[in-house]
Design a protein. Structure first.
Lengths: 589, 80
């Protein structure tokens, strides 16, 4: 056992007391929480502890090893940065949900069994929903509803998978699962949804741009990366992930090029970056897993930095679309600088954090002789520089002058961006400390002449393409538009389905109406008025007599005598017949 | 109000920036011939492979994105 406290508990329980504080005390209190969580983390020894019995299972709240520790570090660091960024926000809903959200991500990281994992998994989804709701716009309410519905679906897949898995294997241990059997596939789908693997990804680009300025910073860091952690734990070396990851790096960049909303561009590039991690998990070698974990670490920092820069612009100008922005470097030079540091890091420029982590995954693909995957990853690397590296800063801070004159965001926001930017460069220049905390021993040198020059060529000539395309006017213009993605299926597809079913039902109702209200009663009426002549007409029609003969017969017929009680006799006969049958069976059978 | 930065307002500065950019590209192309390679694939050893790959990747990216836009672009209020 240990004398530490669970860092997730510090954040989640700590969150409850936020609303009762005011002013500076509140700010100080909120900043201290992640620091306390970090100290608690440092005091946690390796091993499994903090267990509790629940039904017939043992819940394990702490399973500490190298893999969980790296994610623990970065989740607490980004929580501190996120809270610093959000410090001036006067909305307790956001603070409380952000802290609970961060706490549950840490809870997932240290969960030692699948049931504990599931519990924190659901809290994560619910608390994130409030970060979207807190924007308090019509669009954000709708996006939050879609977000929670999609995540409930994912959570149920995970739960069903866990139940299958426990039933088959007899253990609830949260460790290597591997793709075999229904349970494992359901667990895989549940995790894949949170990791935003296409085609389960659209919730991300739907929800993040609608969330609050500060909420998006937390969200960019926690949901997908906790899924990366769980995937790395349960499905390392799962071959389909190699291809899924490679496709995941490539598809979103096309969308990112077309997208107008800066935070949506960043959301697509987030999916692209998680693609690299999925690919690394699929390759599954020590180098690949190290690459995945270090890339998750770096990615959280630079993606949060980019979301903070975009958030600062939204906070100060109220605008976030490429078509509305431009020329902001004049009045927001520091934000612009931080944004460019984030852009350089995500693009993996030498001396920035992405360079020392992403290259491990690409090298792992090369060592595995995965030619096509390697080519796709390099393509995606050039592509990510194109949209996140150049497009985001260019259309926001440079490009055409939008005429907007604003000022830098408040000091706490600048400080938060400054810390993230500093860490991006620090990790890029001195990768040693990061390499030391990775799950496996690192034998990798990122800074070789060939690698640096190769990477610089890839990026700079990608930039040349951007430059020439912009100057020639061939670059796709920014437009106010929606680009269809797979969320169409539940946003429009469902209503199409409903209207299709409705018209099918209407069609059936119309036929029934015709048949039972109009045609049948009329025909029955005719039959009861003149049963014999009706039958004769029917016979004439069937034998092909001509229309004139039928009409002639119809005119000639005389009213038939119809019994007042036409049903009486047949019913009476039937009853006698049934009675006789009964007698025969009763006495002979 | 603080003084605004206007460095890119002058076309002269933009030109200077672009010239610097092109010069750095030229340096990258030349320097590639003088560094030891440790290629995993044959083509990595080819001179200036990454320059060509980076350039054509981005051109292809834009080309496909332009076609994609025709297929997926909808009105801004499409979902409302």
């Amino acid at each position: 056992m240990t004398d530490s406290i669970h860092p997730a508990i510090i954040l989640i329980i700590g969150a409850i007391f936020v609303p009762i504080m005011r002013g500076r005390l509140k700010s100080a209190y909120m900043l201290i929480l992640p620091i306390l969580a970090f100290i608690a983390l440092l005091k946690m020894p390796d091993g499994k502890y903090w267990t509790m019995n629940f039904l017939n299972f043992q819940l394990i709240f702490a399973r500490v090893d190298n893999l969980s520790m790296v994610f623990g570090y970065i989740f607490t660091i980004i929580t501190f940065i996120g809270i610093l960024f959000a410090l001036k926000v006067e909305d307790d809903l956001q603070h409380v949900s952000a802290l609970i959200y961060a706490g549950s991500a840490i809870g997932i990281t240290f969960a030692g069994d699948l049931i504990t994992l599931y519990l924190f998994w659901e809290v994560l989804a619910v608390s994130a929903t409030f970060l979207i709701l807190a924007r308090r716009t019509k669009a954000s309410r709708a996006a939050a509803l879609r977000y929670i519905l999609v995540h409930i679906f994912g959570g149920l897949c995970l739960l069903a998978g866990i139940m299958f898995y426990i039933h088959n294997s007899g253990t609830a241990e949260f460790g290597y699962i591997g793709l075999a059997g229904t349970g494992s596939y359901l667990i895989f789908i549940g995790i894949a949804l949170n990791a935003a693997i296409p085609p389960l990804h659209p919730w991300l680009q739907d929800a993040y741009p609608e969330s609050t300025v500060t909420g998006a910073v937390f969200m960019s860091a926690l949901t997908t990366k906790s899924a990366v952690y769980v995937m790395a734990r349960t499905f390392p070396g799962a071959e389909p992930l190699i291809w899924i990851g490679a496709i995941m790096t490539a598809i979103p960049i096309f969308y990112a090029v077309l997208e107008n909303d800066i935070r949506r561009v960043l959301s697509y590039s987030l999916i692209n970056q998680v693609g690299f991690m999925m690919c690394g998990i699929g390759i599954g070698t020590q180098l690949a897993i190290n690459g995945t974990v270090s890339h998750a670490f770096c990615h959280i920092l630079y993606k949060a930095l980019l979301f903070m820069a975009a958030g600062s612009v939204l906070h100060m100008t109220g605008k976030i679309k490429c078509t509305d922005l431009g020329g902001l470097y004049k009045t927001m030079p520091l934000t612009c600088l931080f944004c460019m540091i984030g852009a350089a890091s995500i693009s993996a420029f030498p001396l920035f954090s992405g360079f020392v982590s992403k290259s491990m995954i690409i090298s792992a693909a090369a060592y595995g002789k995965l030619v096509a995957v390697w080519l796709i990853l390099q393509f995606a690397s050039a592509g990510v520089f194109h949209h996140a590296g150049i497009k985001v800063p260019f259309f926001t801070f440079f490009g055409h002058d939008s005429g907007i004159r604003t000022k830098e965001p408040p000091l706490n926001m600048l400080l938060a961006m400054g810390i993230a930017a500093f860490l991006c460069i620090a990790v890029g220049v001195f990768p040693g400390p990061l390499y030391n905390i990775l799950p496996y021993p690192v034998d990798y040198v990122p800074y070789t002449a060939a690698h640096v020059v190769g990477q610089l060529q890839l990026l700079m000539f990608g930039a040349l393409a951007f430059c020439l395309l912009i100057l020639s006017g061939y670059y796709p213009a920014e437009m106010r538009a929606i680009n269809l993605d797979t969320d169409w299926f539940y946003r429009k597809g469902l209503s199409f389905l409903v209207s299709a079913v409705t018209s099918l039902c209407r069609w059936i109702a119309r036929i029934c109406d015709n048949l039972f209200i109009h045609i049948l009663p009329v025909r029955l009426g005719q039959l009861s008025k003149g049963p014999v002549s009706s039958l004769i007409i029917l016979y004439m029609k069937a034998t092909g007599s001509d229309q004139i003969a039928i009409e002639k017969f119809r005119k000639q017929r005389t009213p038939e005598t119809v019994s007042f009680n036409p049903m009486g006799i047949p019913v009476f006969v039937s009853l006698i017949f049934l009675f006789l049958l009964f007698v025969v069976f009763a006495f002979l059978g | 109000m603080k003084k605004e930065l206007k460095i890119f307002d002058k076309p002269k500065n933009v030109k200077k920036f672009l010239r610097l950019f092109y010069a750095s590209l030229a340096v990258l192309l030349v320097i590639d011939f003088f560094i030891p390679k440790h290629e995993m694939f044959v083509w990595e050893g080819a001179p200036d492979f990454f320059a060509a790959y980076g350039f054509f990747s981005c051109v292809l990216l834009i080309f496909i994105a332009k076609i994609l836009r025709i297929l997926i672009k909808r009105d801004e209020n499409y979902y409302d």
